[in-house]
Write a protein that binds this ligand. Structure first.
Ligand code: SF4
Length: 433
């Protein structure tokens, strides 16, 4: 849970997870749907899926015994990479093996003045060698946690607390900063000065200019950065832009309460197995009229009635950044009038239709839906509230009395009343009051 995610965000998820599945055996019995529901909002959903798959493998193929070495953990369990394997093996089983995460990378690169791209194979290998050679054989788990904690709390990315650092006397980055300052002050005073360039900082560095660990010649030492010259990373690839049309399809359920259609995403790929409002990837450059047409054709199968293009209401646009995609959801809503009894359906490969279900607002909030879909819901809800001009009270009113005249009612001829009230309609007392 903590990979790519902050502790403060994880705590609630972790507590609920451990309460629900306190043992491997309990987790192995869970369905992917349950796992996704609990994980909803935490992001990087494949982590939950892999945890559940790993538990199933341990129970069904490894007689309930967790592998106890880093090598076996990585080889036998899905989703366990080098870092996770090293962390579990050292912390849980006392194996003398190092770990390298983002915090450890920062500490080691600074302590040893490693200035080449920290994600390059040469640097990665060197960092693992260093971590494995430094780890304390008597307390490997504590040592590894201390290294990670040092990076998280003292040797921080932008404002490291070098004066308070317990390893400052071993740190070459700090030494280099001091030498640079000394050099600058002696130069000011006109005295002969020691130059860092006369004394290589990395003892392994034999060939100046061609070293795979030193600061690159194209981006030399920057005195304004100090120890933060280390580590360096290659420029991050920008996420690609995508647009998706999404429709909040709404109907009245058996007791008159509003229900919304959600469909299940494919079992692999981005947000695998999660539920969402019917959505369709849009080609870039599509005009609004064309967007409506393709979206309407997409939702027609669930509508169960002929729907004119004009009945799609434009809600707005919602942005969400995934790790590699900048997604813009173009959100529409569609209120259905007919009598629809079907509550759910399985995936139909012949019709190329995903599994679907109609849910109430409360069920939607508990379902395995992504943060992006919750943003879509908020945009839809905001539009409804603004349309009624009732601000905060909108949600309560709607849930308490969904059949309130003029709000959900479909006219006798099957047409729908406008969602956006005119001032007249708003001031007019509903029938019967
Ligand atoms: Fe990091 Fe400063 Fe400590 Fe070096 S002395 S490890 S740069 S906090």
């Amino acid at each position: 849970m903590l990979q790519q995610t902050q502790v403060a965000t994880v705590i609630d998820y972790y507590n609920r997870w451990m309460q629900k599945w306190p043992t491997l055996q309990a987790l192995a019995k869970a369905s992917l749907e349950e796992v996704n529901e609990l994980w909803a909002g935490l992001g990087y959903y494949s982590r939950g899926k892999r945890l559940q798959e790993a538990a199933q493998k341990v129970v069904s193929e490894l007689a309930g015994q967790m592998p106890a070495t880093a090598e076996e953990l990585q080889r036998l369990l899905p989703g366990v990479g080098k870092y996770t394997a090293g962390a579990i093996a050292s912390i849980s089983y006392g194996q003398v093996t190092g770990v390298v995460d983002g915090n450890v990378i920062r500490v080691l690169c600074r302590v040893r003045c490693i200035g080449a791209d920290s994600s390059s194979p040469a640097v990665t290998d060197r960092l693992w060698d260093l971590a494995n050679s430094l780890v304390d054989p008597a307390r490997p788990g504590d040592f590894n946690q201390a290294m990670m904690e040092l990076g998280a709390t003292v040797c921080t990315p932008r404002a490291p607390l070098c004066m308070e650092c317990p390893v400052k006397q071993h740190c070459r980055a700090r030494c280099r900063v001091e030498k640079e300052l000394e050099f600058a002050s002696k130069r000011l005073l006109g005295k002969a000065a020691f130059s860092c360039s006369q004394a290589p900082d990395i003892e392994e560095c034999a060939a100046t200019g061609s070293c795979s660990l030193c600061l690159p010649a194209s981006e030399p030492w920057d005195s304004s950065l100090g120890v933060a010259n280390f580590p360096r990373r290659a420029a991050k690839k920008q996420p690609r832009a995508e647009r998706t049309a999404t429709c909040v399809l709404e109907r009245r359920g058996p007791r008159g309460e509003p229900e919304y259609l959600i469909v299940q995403r494919p079992s692999s790929g981005l947000l695998a197995g999660l539920w969402e409002f019917p959505s369709l990837a849009l080609e870039l450059g599509l005009k609004e009229k064309q967007q409506r047409e393709v979206l309407l054709a997409h939702v027609q199968a669930w509508a169960g009635e002929a729907v004119a293009r004009g009945r799609l209401r434009h809600v707005g646009e919602v942005s969400h950044v995934f790790s590699h995609i900048h997604q813009t959801y173009v959100v529409y809503s569609l209120l259905l009038g007919g009598d629809h009894k079907t509550a759910s359906g399985r995936r139909d490969k012949m019709l190329e239709r995903p599994a679907f279900r109609w849910v109430t607002q409360a069920e939607f909030q508990k379902a395995a839906v992504s943060t992006a879909m919750k943003k879509v819901w908020k945009a839809f809800e905001r539009q409804i509230c603004e349309g009624r001009g009732s601000g905060q009270g909108c949600k309560r009113k709607r849930a308490a009395n969904p059949s309130r005249a003029g709000q959900w009612k479909v006219e006798a001829d099957g047409s729908l009343p406008p969602r956006q009230f005119s001032l007249d309609a708003f001031l007019k007392a509903p029938a019967g009051e």
